[in-house]
Write a protein that binds this ligand. Structure first.
Ligand SMILES: [Zn+2]
Length: 642
């Protein structure tokens, strides 16, 4: 009994609201704004078209070509009077329910544009819900996805009952994250998860999954006349499961040089490479959420500079903050620039110059492939520990510091692993970060190899299988070398590879163990990015301590967050103490320190080490104060994104 009375009370309320709405829309249009029902507000609150833009039907950025006033708003009714135009809302909308009624004249063709950008044809840049005269268009040979209720040219409406021309049709269209539902005359005719529509159906626009999830709302009058009324919108929708839907795609491409090349990292090697021990790859992860994306690429080469970063930015129209291009710093990969940049007598070998060209093309390919592979994902992070890295700053009896073995020196043992899984729980990516130089093959090696990180990546991909891609970062590894290459040294005769393979497998094993222990993955994950080029106190390369004022040294810092995971990239070779300080002070649960990222400004040592000097300090182009400024800046950026 109680339930009945409640229901009848609600019915009466509803009837009153409907009555008021009807009254207001026909009689006192200026007061339509007060007619809010369950959070629905008029899309035209002042009963005027102020702020709305009329344009040509083929491109909303092009002024109308048709003569006269094609759109009129009167007493809450919107009249589309002339052909071949769109009318576009001043505001943009992401998640909403749009309620309205439409009526067309005989032979008319119009549409409701959703989430489209300020330029282009909304049918292909956003979405257009088709509104046509059913008699004419059903009878003709129009395709199902071009009939009333369809997402035009994409998704055909199912079981639609469309009232004929001259009669009203009632709509309720909901866009929530990647979900779009269309209710026409009380019947759900379309219910689609856009994130699953990954194939572009025609040439004119990208797949629905690639379309923006926020944009303008508009109405089209292509042929005949369209009339619309009771146009109400509700934007405060309860959070959808897919509202924060993080999407990601991964890809891998072989970047092994086809011809012998000079190798990077040791000035002593002059000959061309002799054979391939293991193949080099570039690996990409593209993250996307609500149209915001960020691209992580790691290459099995020595460094990643701005020239290469720009290739990706330009091609995919990305901001500098949205591209993390990094390298694992293997010293058994092609030299990408002259070994002695100042010395004109050592130009880049023609084979290496050719390699650079190919590398650029392949970077575009691998990012494009990762973008095409994007799908809803969940992510989880775990940490493990590995003894593979060893501090290499060895104090000699006379107090000087040389490259060697320093078991007492700091190392960052953390192996940070991110698991990326698709909506079925299948792993697609295993991103890992471990602070160590990939130099276990040493200066006498002439074989191409990804060395420690490259071998670990290959190990992880082999063990996890099923196409899982495992990109690695070299972490803050400026003063860290592979353990038993330096403590004790092992044989580094040309072709001597057992220890590097063992070290790579050891690191890879820990990555796999941590990966398999990640039980919880999270589908949420807002994406934010930031980038800065710092001008830091500089010093002359070759001098232990800054002797006189020197021009500043630039450093690129890139930061990004995906949910509660942060990435911070540095265009330098950062010593391990600095990376550990950043990780310790970062507000995030997990912070990936990505080095050799978007720049190659050389070694960045922490201030206290300048007293001891040694290789990294002497060859650095940063003055002692630089590191503290970098730590502060990185934390500032991480906090701002938090
Ligand atoms: Zn190095």
């Amino acid at each position: 009994m109680k339930k009945l009375s409640l229901d009848s009370a609600r019915l009466i309320c509803l009837a009153v609201v409907v009555a008021i709405c009807l009254f207001l829309t026909t009689a006192a249009a200026a007061n339509v704004a007060i007619c809010a029902d369950n959070g629905f507000l008029p899309l035209f609150p002042d009963d005027s078209l102020e702020g709305w833009k009329v344009s040509d039907w083929s491109n909303v950025a092009t002024p109308q070509k048709a003569e006269g006033t094609p759109w009129r708003m009167e007493n809450g009714v919107l009249y589309g009077l002339n052909k071949r135009t769109w009318i576009t809302s001043p505001n943009q909308y992401g998640d909403f329910t749009l309620k309205l009624e439409t009526m067309v004249t005989r032979g008319s063709n119009g549409g409701i544009g959703l989430r489209f950008p300020p330029a282009g044809d909304p049918a292909y840049t956003g979405m257009e819900i088709q509104v046509v005269d059913s008699e004419i268009y059903y009878r003709g040979d129009s395709a199902p996805q071009q009939r009333t209720g369809s997402i035009y040219d994409e998704i055909a409406a199912k079981n639609a009952t469309v009232n004929p021309s001259g009669e009203w049709n009632a709509w309720e269209i909901t866009c929530r994250g990647s979900n779009v539902t269309i209710v026409l005359n009380g019947r759900k005719v379309t219910d689609v998860d856009l994130s699953k529509e990954t194939t572009a159906r025609q040439q004119k626009g990208p797949a629905l999954a690639e379309r923006p999830v926020k944009g303008h709302i508009g109405f089209q009058n292509l042929n005949g006349n369209i009339t619309l009324r009771n146009i109400m919108i509700k934007t405060d929708l309860p959070a959808a499961k897919t509202l924060d839907a993080l999407r990601a795609g991964v890809a891998r491409i072989d970047i092994t040089p086809k011809k012998p090349v000079t190798l990077a990292g040791y000035g002593s090697r002059k000959d061309l490479s002799k054979g391939i021990h293991d193949r080099l790859y570039a690996r990409a992860v593209v993250f996307e959420n609500k149209g915001k994306q960020f691209v992580l690429v790691t290459m099995d080469v020595i460094f990643a500079n701005e020239e290469l970063q720009k290739v990706i930015m330009d091609k995919f129209k990305l901001k500098q903050s949205e591209v993390f291009l990094s390298a694992i710093h293997t010293h058994s990969a092609p030299a990408l620039r002259r070994i002695h940049p100042g010395n004109k007598k050592t130009p880049l070998h023609p084979n290496n110059a050719e390699y650079m060209k190919t590398l650029k093309k392949k970077l575009i390919k691998v990012v494009r492939k990762a973008q095409a592979n994007k799908k809803p994902v969940s992510i989880g992070v775990g940490r493990g520990y590995s003894p593979v890295g060893m501090n290499r700053r060895m104090t000699q009896p006379d107090g000087s510091v040389t490259l060697g073995c320093n078991p007492y020196g700091p190392t960052d043992k953390e192996v940070l692993v991110m698991k990326i899984a698709d909506s079925d729980g299948k792993a697609i990516g295993a991103v890992f970060d471990y602070a160590c130089h990939s130099t276990s093959l040493g200066p006498r090696n002439y074989q191409i190899s990804g060395d420690l990180h490259g071998l670990a990546e290959a190990f992880v991909e082999k063990i996890l299988g099923k196409g899982t891609v495992a990109p690695a970062f070299a972490g803050a590894s400026g003063n860290i070398d592979p353990w038993f290459r330096i403590c004790p040294t092992f044989n580094t005769e040309p072709g001597w590879v057992p220890e590097p393979v063992l070290l790579g497998a050891m690191l890879g094993e820990e990555v796999v163990r941590v990966f398999r222990d990640i039980k919880k993955t999270d589908a949420g994950g807002e994406i934010k990015t930031d980038f800065i080029t710092m001008q830091l106190p500089g010093k002359k390369k070759g001098e232990a301590i800054k002797k006189r004022t020197h021009r500043p040294t630039a450093l690129n810092v890139t930061a990004a967050r995906v949910g509660d995971v942060a990435f911070v990239g540095f265009g330098c070779e950062m010593l391990t103490e600095i990376g550990m300080a950043i990780k310790a002070a970062s507000p995030y649960k997990y912070t990936f320190v990505v080095t050799h990222c978007n720049g190659a400004s050389g070694y960045l040592p922490p201030k206290p080490l300048y007293k001891e000097a040694g290789y990294e300090v002497t060859s650095s182009r940063f003055a002692p104060d630089a590191a503290d400024m970098v730590v502060k800046q990185a934390l500032k950026m991480l906090y701002e994104l938090y």
